[in-house]
Design a binder for this molecule. Structure first.
Ligand SMILES: *[C@@H]1O[C@H](CO)[C@@H](O)[C@H](O)[C@H]1NC(C)=O
Ligand SMILES: *[C@@H]1O[C@H](CO)[C@@H](O)[C@H](O)[C@H]1NC(C)=O
Ligand SMILES: *[C@@H]1O[C@H](CO)[C@@H](O)[C@H](O)[C@H]1NC(C)=O
Ligand SMILES: [Cu+2]
Length: 189
């Protein structure tokens, strides 16, 4: 019986996925709030958002709202010029394009308190190129095994000669990194 229920649920989930009808309630049972200390970053990281999915913000509109904002606004919790604002307390937002979608509550202090959400909507699966190894050019490797002629020394793996050059390469790389860092600091100031 339990197995039947589980398989029925799996079917529903799969059907929802195929028809693109997934609806995610932001914050699950806690909803969109500051009092429950919901980690919305963690909440979003447990979901896989696709184009056509809907996120539902449920909250008391007396205390909260939803603003869709740009990444810089999101980072600085700047609510002065949102892309759009939702205030019903039961806001369904359908994700129509891929990439990051940034939201926060525009009530002063709430974004800083963590009432902010960054959703990453994945590209449609059909348009993600699947990199397969080329099968046409799988010719056998050339049979040119080099056998050193008698008396002629083969390529010797002289550690005492090759180690210093590796070390020099690393030192050069580190020095280059330091120089670029110093240059960046000098240019920024
Ligand atoms: C907030 O963003 C607006 C433009 O969207 C800008 O003019 C303003 O200076 C920003 N405020 C802060 C505190 O960054
Ligand atoms: C929120 O809206 C959905 C439809 O978008 C509706 O099914 C649901 O009952 C609403 N919930 C509340 C609490 O109004
Ligand atoms: C390895 O290289 C060092 C320095 O180039 C040289 O003195 C030494 O004889 C070499 N050893 C072998 C086994 O080739
Ligand atoms: Cu709020």
């Amino acid at each position: 019986m339990a197995a039947m229920i589980v398989s029925a649920l799996v079917c529903l989930v799969v059907m929802g996925r195929l028809s693109g009808a997934a609806v995610y309630k932001v914050g699950d049972s806690a909803g969109w709030t500051t009092i429950a200390n919901v980690d919305y970053k963690l909440w979003a990281s447990t979901k896989t958002f696709h184009i056509g999915d809907t996120v539902l913000f449920e909250y008391n509109p007396q205390f909260h709202n939803v603003m869709r904002v740009t990444h810089p606004m999101y980072r600085s919790c700047n609510s002065s010029n949102p892309i759009s604002t939702f205030t019903t307390g039961n806001d369904s937002i359908t994700l129509t394009n891929h990439g990051h979608h940034f939201f926060f509550c525009g009530v002063p202090g709430h974004c800083l308190a963590g009432q902010k959400l960054d959703l990453n909507v994945l590209l449609p699966a059909s348009s993600t190129p699947v990199s397969e190894p080329p099968t046409s050019s799988s010719s056998p490797p050339p049979l040119t095994t080099t056998i050193p002629a008698a008396g002629v020394p083969g390529p010797s793996h002289n550690l005492s000669a090759s180690l210093p050059s590796v070390a020099v390469g690393r030192v050069v790389a580190i020095v280059a990194l330091l120089v670029s860092l110093v240059l960046q600091i000098l240019l920024l100031n």
